[in-house]
Write a protein that binds this ligand. Structure first.
Ligand code: GDP
Ligand code: GDP
Length: 436
């Protein structure tokens, strides 16, 4: 199921990123602190009371040195193209400005629902300041304060009234939902064409359509796959498409709908910082991952080349130490058949359930081998562990005091669980909980 998407637009300094961070804040803090993962995000999932949605801060779309008007126009276009509901944000301390009117004119022309938020209304006395904003033509203005977290519930309730009924096609649970991510020009489109052109691959004539994405259904050796969001890789010819933030936004939307993500890198160009960022998002989303080194045809090889390249990949993607690596050439359509077994394995492990009894034996053995840490004379006590979720496999370990579960010990337990059950291709999450 795809979550509805809310985009925030408005001229600079009205408080878009403050609100964005406030709404997603709680979620980010529970995300693992993984080196190499950027924090300057513009897209995230959010929860507010009973609402579950994704949020875009269009203020992060930056066209570099382009003039103000062009920037704002691009941001509004991203909101119109990528979201279901738009929160149009203005500054309650300033009154209506020309820039607000400009944004309003762009939004009028779209068919998207718009909710008007008047920010910086930090106390009730200021509420009368919002009436001017009726003139923008979007109905009732909602007073909020990003600094104080006021009014957000009412605003999001209003936005939620406009959420579309779920239009995401339902696929069979056994179907592997697959996406390819990577920075521009690593060969994602070429790879998709090469995969779909493989002899054993039978492409279904029916494609599922959701919002602006077109899914391709295909079968390999009786396994059904859906390739997510290939339409997103087709270019719309808009000015914002070349920005890095926008390509990350597209990737995140595709990642979210996937079970397995292929992180594509370019053997010819090597690995750069942007590759790590993109891969970090897939990791953070808890998806099964296969690293695909494309353009393998461009590399001059001897017997050690692959091993050396693999070391380089491992070095650069330390947080993806569980992901298998495939070396392929989309251009020569070579080695593609090495890819399917890895995808299948990663998917199987991603949805694997283990028995509690075996899990607890593994934990007991691990503790016998490497005693639990102590802090100020207090020792971590592990009572019991159980798997609480799949996709990704998630384990809860009940302990006497969760604070005593240090990162390194958690990592050790994760690795023992991996060794015992074989979770290649999938992240595993381990949560410690105090037992009452
Ligand atoms: P953006 O450019 O629209 O993303 O705006 P920012 O979120 O960066 O906020 C711009 C400035 O307004 C910052 O200095 C914020 O601290 C401030 N700000 C944001 N929300 C509020 C608010 O509710 N009340 C007040 N007084 N200041 C705010
Ligand atoms: P995308 O932006 O990631 O979708 O990348 P494209 O599929 O558009 O490919 C970018 C460029 O890389 C194109 O010129 C392709 O022909 C080229 N390319 C893609 N795959 C390979 C490959 O395996 N080997 C070589 N030598 N070039 C490739």
């Amino acid at each position: 199921m795809t979550k509805p998407i809310i985009a925030i637009v408005g001229k600079p300094n009205v408080g878009k990123s403050t609100i964005f961070n406030r709404i997603i804040g709680e979620r980010v803090s529970i995300v693992e602190d993984t080196p190499g993962i950027t924090r300057d995000r513009i897209y995230s999932s959010g929860e507010w009371l009973t609402h579950d949605f994704n949020l875009i801060d269009t203020g992060g779309i930056d066209l570099g040195d382009e003039p103000f008007q062009k920037q704002i126009r691009a941001q509004a276009e991203v909101a119109i193209d990528e979201s279901d509901v738009i929160i149009f944000m203005v500054n309650g301390r300033e009154g209506v400005t020309q820039a607000d009117e400009m944004v309003a004119r762009i939004l009028y022309k779209s068919n998207k629902p718009v909710v008007l938020a008047v920010n910086k209304i930090d106390n009730p006395e200021m509420r009368s300041d919002i009436y001017d904003f009726y003139s923008l033509g979007f109905g009732e203005p909602f007073p909020i304060s990003g600094s104080h977290g006021l009014g957000l519930g009412d605003l999001l309730d209003e936005a939620a009234k406009h959420f579309p009924t779920n239009e995401d096609p339902d696929y069979d649970d056994e179907t592997i939902r697959l996406s390819l991510i990577g920075r521009p020009n690593v060969g994602k489109s070429s790879l998709i064409n090469a995969i779909l052109g493989e002899e054993r691959v039978i492409v279904s004539p029916i494609a599922g359509t959701t919002r602006d994405a077109i899914d391709t259904l295909y079968t390999v050796d009786d396994q059904e796959y859906v390739l997510i969001d290939t339409a997103g890789m087709r270019k719309k010819g808009k000015v914002y498409e070349s920005t890095e933030k926008y390509s990350v936004l597209r990737a995140l939307k595709a990642i979210e709908r996937s079970n397995v993500v292929l992180v594509v890198i370019d053997a010819e160009e090597g690995i750069i910082e942007q590759d790590k960022k993109v891969a970090g998002y897939a990791h953070e989303a808890g998806k099964a991952i296969v690293i695909v080194v494309n353009k393998w045809d461009t590399v001059e090889k001897d017997s050690k080349t692959m091993k050396k390249f693999e070391e380089k990949v491992r070095d650069n993607f330390q947080f993806l130490d569980y992901a298998p690596i495939a070396f392929v050439s989309a251009l020569e359509k070579s080695r593609l058949k090495t890819l399917f077994p890895l995808i299948q394995m990663a998917d199987e492990n991603h949805r694997k359930r283990v028995q509690s009894s075996t899990l607890n034996e593994v934990i007991t053995d691990a503790v016998a081998m490497n005693p639990t840490p102590t802090d100020n004379g207090r020792r971590l006590n592990i009572f019991y562990a159980t798997q609480v979720a799949i996709q990704p496999p998630t384990f809860v370990v009940f302990v006497n005091d969760a604070e005593l579960m240090h990162f390194s010990y958690k990592r050790f337990l994760e690795n023992r669980i991996r060794d015992a059950f074989g979770f290649e291709g999938t992240p595993v999450h381990l949560i410690s909980r105090k037992r009452n």
